[in-house]
Write a protein that binds this ligand. Structure first.
Ligand SMILES: O=C(O)CCC(=O)c1ccccc1C(=O)O
Ligand SMILES: [Mg+2]
Length: 368
C-alpha cells in the first residue's frame, strides 16, 4: 500500500452540554480529522483527540498539527507499507506526541483494512459482536449529576463514571448510592489529589466503587503504588500510562489494578493492542477510555474494545451522548446497554461529508 495523499481537517463541534472535570470545562470540541488516500483512491480516516489547550496531557490541536505536518506525514507519504503495524517504526525518530501519531496510524489502519476487505475489529483480533457501553457524567452540582445519572440509566447504560475532585466527592457519591445502591459506579479524579489526601481518599472505600481513576498526579506511578497499598478500591490509571512500557512498569510497581487504554494517549492502535495483550496475559482488567471524540475515533474505540481482553465497559457511549449530529452514519447507538461492532470494511461507518464540511474550519492537503 502506498499513501499518495493525506488531508488534515480542523473541525469544531459544540457539545450538547458542557463537560466539566477537576481541571476544565469543555464546551466546544476542536478535533483534527485525518483522511489518508492510497493509489486506488480509497480513503481511510483517523482522528486526533488532543484538546484545544494542554489540560489533559501536553499535546494540543496546535502541537499535533505541527508534528503531523512537519515530521510524521512526510514519513508516511510515498514509501510503501505492508501493514499498519509498521507505522510506529516509521515514527520512532519522533519522540512522544502520541495523539498526533495515533491519528495518522488510525487512518492507515482504516485504509489498509478497506483495501483488504477486512473490518478493523477483525483485523485487530476482536471477537465480540457487541461491546458493553459505559458513560461518563461530568462534574456538576449533586442534584444535576443525580438527574443525569437517572437519564443515562434509563437510556440503558450499565456502568456510570462520575468526575470527582476535593470538595465535590464524598457528598455526591453518598447521594448516588442512596438512589442507586447497586449501580456499577466509578469515580475519575483527573489527578485532583495528592498523598496528603490519603485519609480522605480512604473514605472512597465505603462506596463499593468499581475503581477510582487517576487520583494522583498525571505523571506519577510511585505515589499511586503507595496509595493502592492503602486502598481496597482498585486504582485505574489513565493519564500516567502513555505507552506499553508505562503500563508494564505501573503493573510491576503495583500502581494500579486496572488499566484504561485510550488509543490517542498511547500512540495508536498497535501500541493499544500490545497493552491489551500484556494485560490479558497478566489477568489485569482493561477498558477503553474516551476523549469526547467524534464518531470517527469512537468507531476506532469500538473496534478495539471488541478484543476479548477489554473485559470492563469503557467510556464508549452513543453518538447522541455528546452530539446533536455526529460526523458518521449510521450514528453509534446503544441498545440494552450494548453497542454493535460493525462488520463492514475498515471502521465500518461512513464519514458524513456534508456534516464534516459544516464543522470544518480549515483543511490542508499534503501530497509530498
Ligand atoms: O465520555 C468520554 O468520552 C470520556 C469522558 C472523560 O472522562 C474524559 C474526557 C476527556 C478527557 C479525559 C477524560 C478522562 O477519562 O479522564
Ligand atoms: Mg480519566
Amino acid at each position: 500500500m502506498i499513501l499518495c495523499q493525506v488531508t488534515l481537517h480542523h473541525v469544531r463541534m459544540t457539545l450538547k452540554t458542557p463537560f466539566a472535570n477537576s481541571l476544565t470545562t469543555v464546551t466546544d470540541r476542536e478535533l483534527i480529522l485525518v483522511e489518508a488516500e492510497d493509489e486506488a483512491g480509497r480513503s481511510g480516516w483517523g482522528e486526533c483527540v488532543a484538546f484545544s489547550s494542554p489540560w489533559y496531557t501536553e499535546e494540543t490541536i496546535g502541537t499535533a498539527w505541527h508534528v503531523m505536518k512537519d515530521f510524521l506525514i512526510p514519513r508516511l507519504l510515498h514509501t510503501p507499507l505492508q501493514h499498519p503495524g509498521e507505522v510506529p517504526e516509521r515514527f520512532r525518530p519522533v519522540r512522544r506526541h502520541p495523539m498526533a501519531k495515533a491519528a495518522l496510524e488510525g487512518a492507515v489502519w482504516d485504509l489498509w483494512c478497506k483495501a483488504q476487505g477486512l473490518s478493523l475489529a477483525g483485523a485487530l483480533g476482536g471477537t465480540r459482536a457487541r461491546i458493553e457501553a459505559g458513560v461518563a457524567v461530568g462534574a456538576a452540582d449533586p442534584d444535576c449529576m443525580l438527574e443525569t445519572i437517572r437519564q443515562r440509566v434509563e437510556e440503558g447504560y450499565r456502568r456510570v463514571k462520575v468526575k470527582v475532585k476535593p470538595g465535590a466527592d464524598v457528598e455526591v457519591l453518598e447521594r448516588i448510592r442512596e438512589v442507586f445502591p447497586e449501580l456499577p459506579l466509578m469515580a475519575d479524579a483527573n489527578s485532583a489529589y495528592t498523598l496528603k489526601d490519603l485519609e480522605h481518599l480512604k473514605r472512597m472505600d465505603t462506596f463499593n466503587l468499581l475503581m477510582i481513576e487517576q487520583p494522583l498526579a498525571a505523571d506519577d506511578i510511585v505515589d499511586h503504588a503507595r496509595l493502592q497499598a492503602e486502598l481496597a478500591t482498585p486504582i485505574c490509571l489513565d493519564e500516567s500510562l502513555q505507552s506499553f512500557e508505562d503500563v508494564r512498569k505501573a503493573l510491576e510497581l503495583g500502581s494500579c489494578r486496572i488499566v484504561n487504554v485510550k488509543v490517542g494517549r498511547v500512540g495508536g492502535l498497535t501500541e493499544a493492542k500490545r497493552i491489551h495483550d500484556l494485560c490479558q496475559t497478566k489477568g489485569i482488567p482493561l477498558w477503553c477510555g474516551g476523549m469526547l471524540e467524534s464518531g470517527i475515533a469512537r468507531a476506532h474505540n469500538i473496534a478495539l474494545a471488541s478484543l476479548e481482553g477489554f473485559n470492563l465497559p469503557g467510556d464508549i457511549s452513543a453518538s447522541n451522548r455528546y452530539w446533536e449530529r455526529d460526523l458518521i452514519h449510521p450514528e453509534v447507538t446503544v441498545e440494552e446497554g450494548r453497542i454493535a461492532v460493525p462488520e463492514g470494511p475498515g471502521i465500518g461507518f461512513e464519514v458524513d461529508r456534508e456534516r464534516l464540511q459544516a464543522a470544518s474550519l480549515y483543511s490542508q492537503v499534503f501530497t509530498c
